[in-house]
Write a protein that binds this ligand. Structure first.
Ligand code: HEC
Length: 93
């Protein structure tokens, strides 16, 4: 039983380790997929490092009004990603 439990713990640790970087890449993909449907990422990248989280929440609420379709969860992810991203982020390459 003890052995099975350690196997379970080891498996869980390995899985979280493998999934963490994937979650990061996903966020960048969501941002790009949503934003380029109306304008280039240049417009977004120009504002990276200038807007804080509140600034991006405000901007993206405006994008939603213009017709961007996102779930609340996606929107929260996008705002967090953009607030932390630098002008040389993956989405701007
Ligand atoms: C439905 C169309 C649409 C989508 C989707 C969209 N935008 Fe926009 N965006 C616009 C339009 C139109 C403008 C120019 C007019 C304006 O600034 O209000 C704009 C301008 C901007 C600007 C420059 C103005 C400012 O306030 O700094 C930024 C930054 C921006 N968008 C970010 C984003 C981000 C980030 C996303 C994706 C999460 C996104 N947009 C998705 C339509 C869209």
């Amino acid at each position: 039983m003890k052995f099975l439990f350690s196997l379970f713990v080891a498996g869980t640790i390995m899985m979280t380790g493998a999934l963490a970087p994937v979650a990061q890449a996903d966020d960048a993909e969501i941002v790009t997929a949503k934003c380029v449907s109306c304008h280039s990422m240049k417009r977004v990248c120009r504002a990276l490092g200038k807007k804080d989280l509140a600034g991006w929440e405000k901007t993206n609420a405006r994008m939603v009004k213009k017709g961007m379709t996102v779930s609340d969860r996606e929107l929260a992810k996008i705002n967090r990603y953009l607030a932390e991203a630098k002008p040389d982020a993956t989405i701007c390459q």
